[in-house]
Design a binder for this molecule. Structure first.
Ligand code: COI
Length: 354
């Protein structure tokens, strides 16, 4: 079912200034919504003016947190062409996440058509300046109103769009990260590997406390407070003298699309990239011995964010003297050049706006 009914807004908004976008502060004129009910299938797919969504106050999303989302971007390339970066990856991840969250995943054609048609309708919102994009937020929620604890028999799939610049207030400058040992983001067997809203809810308190101390985000460790997991808004890479390490997908780390692309690009360069368990002790020892040369985070929102400082147990460790490292610069330039069309898309990551 990809029959989408479209109702255009009568009051289009003024575009925000593209040098003041930040992340997620503005929403476009329209949204896409489709519904699913057991025994009925997907129905009522629509593009309509961006507006509040009427919902039963008993909906499972409000009480039992049945919510899952994705993050993608559309880019306006130099010749004006609009492209999406890896939407099939995001659809796959939504399918896997929906199974874990007992929600109904939208079929590929509904996901793609909803995204394509919505971005077409709101095409004027896609910024073209360097470091900007149209962020796409496909979301799945349980909408059935009931209070027994069981999966909702109804799912809503909606997509909203937000023109964005840099995720962090620091822009492309290295960020300061707090290594978290009090709170936990995820545990084995939990929701950490899927993009459940609940993972972000569980991260808020630690992020708030870290922010008050001057850190942009927290580095999450595993239940033993040893294994490095991720930053919550991004996956992490550590560049040592002899190898580049990113934590292996252990079931509680999100399988990031940018992480996956960066692993591939590093392999293309024949650089020694290893996906394995890496501990905070190892990272601190690497800093003590001068063997940890740089660190960076990867994410759709964060793109490639150099990490300039890491706090661990009362001490702030400068990484690469607080400066952006050479590999972070190279990888950032490469990923953004593929997205902007300046480098060929040899891995089939780009989907054009139809
Ligand atoms: C993304 O990079 O798309 C994310 O979802 C991270 C964060 C903004 C929630």
């Amino acid at each position: 079912m990809t029959d989408i009914q479209t109702t255009l807004t009568k009051t289009p908004k003024a575009l925000p200034p593209s040098d003041k976008l930040g992340f997620g502060n503005y929403f476009t004129d329209h949204m896409f919504v489709a519904k699913f009910a057991e025994g009925k299938g997907w129905y009522d797919a629509q593009i309509l003016p961006y507006s509040p969504i009427p919902m039963d106050p008993g909906a499972s999303v409000f009480h039992y947190g049945q919510a899952l989302f994705e993050g993608m971007k559309a880019f306006r390339q130099a010749d004006g062409k609009v492209v999406f970066f890896r939407p099939e990856f995001n659809h796959n991840r939504m399918v896997e996440g929906a199974a874990r969250m007992c929600l109904e995943a939208p079929p590929l054609d509904l996901f793609m058509e909803g995204m394509q048609q919505l971005v077409k309708v709101d095409e004027r919102w896609i910024p073209s300046e360097p470091n900007t994009a149209l962020y796409i937020r496909p979301t799945l929620i349980g909408t059935e109103g009931f209070l027994g604890v069981r999966p909702s028999k109804e799912t809503m799939f909606f997509i909203i769009l937000s023109p964005v610049g840099s995720y962090y207030g620091e822009g492309s400058k290295p960020v300061k990260i707090w290594t978290e040992e009090t709170y936990l983001r995820a545990a084995p067997g939990g929701l950490g590997a899927v993009k459940a809203g609940a993972n972000y809810a569980s991260s808020l308190k630690a992020a708030l406390e870290a922010k008050k101390k001057g850190y942009a985000q927290v580095l999450w460790l595993d239940v033993e407070h040893q294994g490095i997991e991720e930053v919550g808004t991004m996956n992490v890479f550590f560049v040592f003298k002899n190898e580049i390490v990113t934590p292996a997908l252990n079931g509680s780390i999100l399988n990031g699309g940018t992480r996956d692309a960066v692993v591939q690009l590093l392999k293309d360069k024949k650089l020694p990239i290893v996906e394995r368990r890496i501990t905070i002790t190892e990272v601190i020892e690497g800093l003590q011995k001068g063997e940890l040369l740089e660190a960076f985070g990867t994410g759709t929102a964060a793109v490639i964010s150099p990490i300039g400082e890491l706090h661990y147990r009362g001490k702030d460790w400068l990484i690469n003297n607080g400066q952006t490292g050479d590999l972070s610069k190279t990888i950032y330039a490469e990923v953004t050049a593929i997205q902007s069309g300046k480098l060929p898309d040899t891995h089939n990551w780009i989907t054009p706006l139809a």
